[in-house]
Design a binder for this molecule. Structure first.
Ligand SMILES: NC(=O)c1ccc[n+]([C@@H]2O[C@H](COP(=O)([O-])OP(=O)(O)OC[C@H]3O[C@@H](n4cnc5c(N)ncnc54)[C@H](OP(=O)(O)O)[C@@H]3O)[C@@H](O)[C@H]2O)c1
Length: 285
């Protein structure tokens, strides 16, 4: 039985992942943000799987909240087998900021970075810790700019901001895979496929062609249960033991975009996250 942390575990692909893990008799640490809609979902999980689920509320856009989560886990758990950075955000019609960081970047890139580094010791205790980052095929369509990493200086385009954040998450996956090699922690990422969830709550920030494309794809999206299969595979399958720095789709290894394979860019995003963390910790009490 493994102990597995899933962020964004009370809805969509995350909830399907949590259900799959619990059915497999694993112990789950479910992290979600405060949302009254999650309450019945959580009560149902506690009733069906007594003693198998721990729950923690954390706002992943706030570095202080992530730091509290890390402290709580360090104090209450002796080891962690798998960290699934599943939570994600699609930008709204206008840019939003939290602690001076663009919110989509904070949730999709910074939070996975902070959790990976903050939980490194717990993950390394098992001798086979796994980190799984839920990225997106959108990383292939990124138009990133190293002078505007948070994509806020260019005219606001929600799709571009989202794709760029998933590109950075893919880069970060490879950079952390390198960094953690000596600690016996593997780091991989995946594209779950287009899925019927509440991720895109408003198409207000999308260009018209993207709105039309989104409407056309909508009826053909897969279920969250189907989408969760790659996360479940990477979290529990013995065949991926020791495999690190890879990108998966439909439970198979694939190549991510050519720019994401650039080692210089990978180190650059790692250094940027480190810089943002340092700046923020200076503000923390
Ligand atoms: N759906 C797709 O077609 C698709 C395609 C490619 C990749 N993905 C990726 O798959 C992952 C799961 O997304 P999904 O499709 O299942 O959408 P979802 O149902 O909206 O799940 C995202 C989860 O992240 C949580 N979250 C968002 N902001 C948060 C914050 N500040 N603090 C804590 N939790 C936060 C959400 O909480 P709330 O429930 O409170 O909003 C939700 O539980 C994401 O990383 C997404 O980018 C999805």
């Amino acid at each position: 039985m493994l102990t597995i942390l899933v962020t964004g575990g009370a809805s969509g692909i995350g909830l399907a992942t949590v259900n799959g893990l619990l059915k497999g008799k694993h112990s789950v640490i479910l992290v979600d943000q405060y949302n009254p809609d999650h309450q019945p979902v959580l009560e149902d999980l506690f009733r069906r799987y007594p003693g198998q689920v721990s729950h923690y509320t954390c706002d992943l856009q706030k570095q202080a909240s992530v730091a509290e989560l890390i402290d709580h886990l360090r104090m209450n758990f002796t080891c962690l087998d798998v960290l699934i950075n599943n939570a994600g955000r699609f930008p709204k019609a206008e840019a939003e900021f939290c602690d001076d960081v663009e919110t989509t970047f904070a949730v999709n890139v910074m939070a996975p970075y902070l959790l990976s580094v903050g939980l490194m010791t717990l993950l390394s205790k098992t001798g086979r810790g796994r980190i799984i980052n839920v990225s997106s095929i959108g990383e292939r369509y990124a138009r990133s700019d190293w002078s505007d990493i948070q994509s806020v200086k260019m005219p606001w385009n929600a799709n571009r901001v989202y794709n760029n954040s998933k590109f950075y998450l893919t880069l970060l996956t490879y950079a952390l895979a390198e960094r953690f090699k000596g600690r016996k922690i593997t780091v991989n990422c995946l594209h779950p496929g287009p899925t019927a969830t509440n991720l895109v709550q408003s198409t207000g920030g999308l260009s018209w062609p993207m709105r039309i494309l989104f409407g056309l794809v909508k009826p053909f999206r897969q279920t969250p249960e189907h989408a969760a299969r790659t996360s479940l595979f990477l979290a529990t399958d013995p065949s991926v033991d020791g495999l690190t720095g890879c990108y998966f789709s439909k439970c198979h290894r694939e190549n991510s975009s050519v720019p994401s394979q650039d080692p210089v860019a990978q180190q650059r995003i790692l250094a940027y996250c480190e810089l943002l963390r340092t700046k923020s910790s200076q503000r923390l009490p």
